[in-house]
Design a protein around this ligand. Structure first.
Ligand SMILES: [Zn+2]
Length: 180
């Protein structure tokens, strides 16, 4: 059922499996934090007015990379265990291309799903189902999350409730004492 990915020159050590949100990429062996997982291949889009697909990786103001499998299958996680890294290849001061790869940022056990933080802007955010105890509730960059939480007042009102106190309750409740 699972397809082992074995590309020439690749050290991915991953396989494709099913998740609650479709296909995902899983660790076929344990990984240590900071390990190279594999190079991201794909189509580089210049001056793309919008992301060509949900899986595009923004590299600079004008360049996005639309990855091909397996890394197009990386799902979002609010507590990700992998991240996208890239190097800019420059020639005579102008950008000639990018070297893009996936690296682990935490230790992974075999069978664990590889995830990255999509960090989408809030206007592109969708509800998150990553299942992490630290789930933000949305697939969204952390610094734009406040744009999406206007309707959530439960925590705020809970914080405003003054805890009951027995100390000096007479003074606080006496309307005469502070009236001059
Ligand atoms: Zn989440």
């Amino acid at each position: 059922m699972f397809k082992e990915i074995a590309q020439p020159g690749s050290r991915t050590g991953t396989y494709i499996g099913e998740t609650a949100v479709g296909r995902g990429l899983f660790a076929a062996r344990p990984f240590r934090a900071g390990e190279f997982v594999g190079s991201v291949d794909g189509r580089f889009l210049r001056d793309a007015p919008n992301y060509g697909s949900d899986y595009c990786i923004g590299l600079d103001d004008t360049t996005t990379l639309e990855p091909t499998p397996p890394f197009s299958l990386l799902n979002h996680g609010c507590r990700p265990n992998c991240a996208v890294f890239y190097d800019c290849e420059e020639e005579n001061g102008s950008v000639e291309g990018y070297d893009v790869w996936i690296e682990t940022i935490r230790d992974l056990e075999r069978g664990e799903e590889l995830t990255i933080d999509y960090a989408w802007p809030s206007d592109a955010a969708i509800p998150c189902k990553c299942g992490s105890t630290q789930c933000r509730g949305w697939i969204c960059r952390e610094d734009e999350l406040h744009n999406l939480q206007r309707t959530s007042t439960v925590e705020e009102s809970a914080r405003d409730v003054t805890p009951p106190t027995e100390v000096a309750s007479d003074e606080l409740l006496d309307p005469q004492s502070n009236v001059g």
